[in-house]
Design a protein around this ligand. Structure first.
Ligand SMILES: [Zn+2]
Length: 272
């Protein structure tokens, strides 16, 4: 199932999404770049290689295995009530997205997980390649929480794969440096996370980073009052305030970063 749904359909969709967004963000740029684009592409790809390998050969198989085993355990929400298959699938999809909103907050608030998620946030520009800049340690940590969510929702193995493909497409879209027509984006943002919304989350200002945690649907931030939209994009300085020096942010240093002494936000007088 992983081979047909994820490797063939999923990979084809995600490659098309990547090429399309890469070309459009080149032509219609939302935020000014502060670094060389090609240098960042290389850094982000190197950082992403171990994460990609773990995603495909550890994370996805475990999620699908848990959902598959759960069809005999009958554990989780979807096994507690009778409803049409499509309705159960939709509920599980939405709840899985909610669990990822909560997981994203944990990545920021739990010191151990922030060590890993920090690597993603240190990118001084935000574009589609930032969507790949995740430390492999973050992925390993997510197996436990996101695995529990798979079991608790009682989602089917097929829906696990469909959610994962949607998750990765949404991840590419929200990190892209794509300038959409403002009113179109505003309407779209009522439902899903858009580049302007997620750009605020990548700000060096702590109070802006502490907002907009949603992954696919934007309503989780509205529901929990963690949404922030009224920020002018040109005024956003992207990155983590205590890691502003691009010379430090090499692929080798980024892979080592979670295992070194982590700097606190306060050191940069950026507690606002
Ligand atoms: Zn984050």
């Amino acid at each position: 199932m992983i081979r047909s749904i994820y490797d063939i359909y999923g990979a084809s969709i995600l490659i098309i999404v990547f090429i399309t967004l890469f070309l459009i963000e080149t032509k219609f740029q939302l935020r000014k770049r502060v670094q060389s684009r090609w240098k960042r592409i290389i850094i982000n790809i190197i950082v992403s290689i171990p994460s990609f390998a773990l995603l495909r050969f550890l994370f996805i198989p475990i999620m699908v295995w848990l959902a598959y085993e759960n069809t005999s355990w009958h554990f989780g929400l979807n096994y507690l009530f009778e409803a049409p298959v499509w309705l159960k699938a939709a509920i599980a999809f939405i709840l899985l997205d909610y669990s990822n909103y909560l997981w994203h907050i944990i990545l920021h608030k739990m010191p151990l997980m922030w060590r890993f998620h920090l690597v993603h946030h240190t990118d001084l520009d935000l574009d589609i390649t930032t969507a790949f800049r995740f430390h492999f340690g973050e992925l390993i940590g997510s197996v436990f929480f996101r695995g529990a969510a798979v079991v608790l929702t009682g989602i089917s193995p097929l829906m696990v794969l469909i959610y994962e493909i949607a998750f990765e497409a949404a991840n590419q879209f929200q990190h892209s440096n794509l300038k959409l027509p403002f009113r179109f984006e505003k309407a779209l943002n009522k439902m899903i996370v858009t580049p302007r919304m997620h750009g605020i989350h990548h700000s060096m200002k702590k109070r802006e980073t502490d907002s907009n945690f949603s992954i696919i649907f934007s309503f989780w931030d509205r529901l929990h009052n963690t949404i922030k939209l009224n920020v002018i994009q040109d005024e956003i300085v992207t990155g983590v305030a205590v890691y502003p020096d691009e010379k430090e942010l090499t692929s080798g240093n980024l892979l080592k970063m979670p295992f070194t002494k982590i700097r606190e936000w306060e050191e940069a007088n950026c507690v606002v």
